[in-house]
Design a protein around this ligand. Structure first.
Ligand code: SF4
Length: 64
């Protein structure tokens, strides 16, 4: 399962990081870092990644 991030839409509030810290991070500038950009999220992180998608208040994340 791939998670696609819309970096232009992201507002950097970090709710996805709270839900899935092994999948997402914010860099020092407050910009979203997606550790599995362009590749499938490992199976053991899929559940938390889905929670991050649901938690994003601006719908910047979607399941691919
Ligand atoms: S929850 Fe959404 S808006 Fe907030 S950092 Fe994550 S992707 Fe960006």
């Amino acid at each position: 399962m791939e998670i696609i991030a819309d970096y232009g839409r992201c507002e950097g509030h970090g709710l996805c990081v709270d839900q899935a810290p092994d999948v997402f991070d914010l860099d020092d500038a407050g910009d979203l870092v997606h550790h599995f950009e362009g590749v499938d999220v490992p199976a053991d992180l899929e559940a938390t990644a889905r929670r991050a998608v649901d938690a994003c208040p601006v719908a910047a994340l979607r399941q691919g």
